[in-house]
Design a binder for this molecule. Structure first.
Ligand SMILES: [Zn+2]
Length: 137
């Protein structure tokens, strides 16, 4: 469906989606809050500014949009139109993601990536988060 939008319209949509707190991230935050975990948001002093940071545990979580970060799901494809614009842009994103993950690991951080499409099953995401983060407290 998205491919039927004109490039201009698509950019406008994408900007609107990116500029606010996306609902997948809010859903993840809510789940963490309900499980009793406390976190900080968008810590600027870490590579890639992870969406959720658990300093005491040295763990960080990214909630990635499938399109922007090119997930291997249906949403993560390069648009068929305006390819010359999107291809290098999306390639830069994924390259930056890889280098941020590598940098965080070098700094001794453990990282979990949650994809937008996975948040549809928030129960499953919550289970994975609990396993990743370990006991509360
Ligand atoms: Zn996805």
């Amino acid at each position: 469906v998205a491919d039927k939008l004109s490039p201009d319209r698509r950019s406008a949509n994408m900007r609107a989606i990116k500029s606010r707190d996306t609902s997948p991230e809010m859903a993840v935050r809510r789940a963490l809050y309900e499980m009793g975990y406390r976190y900080r948001l968008h810590t600027k002093d870490l590579p890639g500014k992870p969406d959720l940071v658990f300093h005491g545990r040295r763990k960080a979580v990214f909630v990635h949009g499938c399109f922007w970060h090119q997930h291997t799901c249906r949403e993560g494809h390069t648009p068929a139109s305006n390819t010359a614009y999107w291809e290098p842009k999306l390639a830069r994103n994924t390259k930056r993601d890889r280098s941020n993950l590598a940098d965080l690991k070098l700094l001794g951080w453990e990282v979990m990536v949650i994809w937008e499409c996975e948040v549809d099953n928030i129960g499953d995401v919550a289970r994975r988060l609990r396993k990743f983060l370990g006991p509360r407290g």
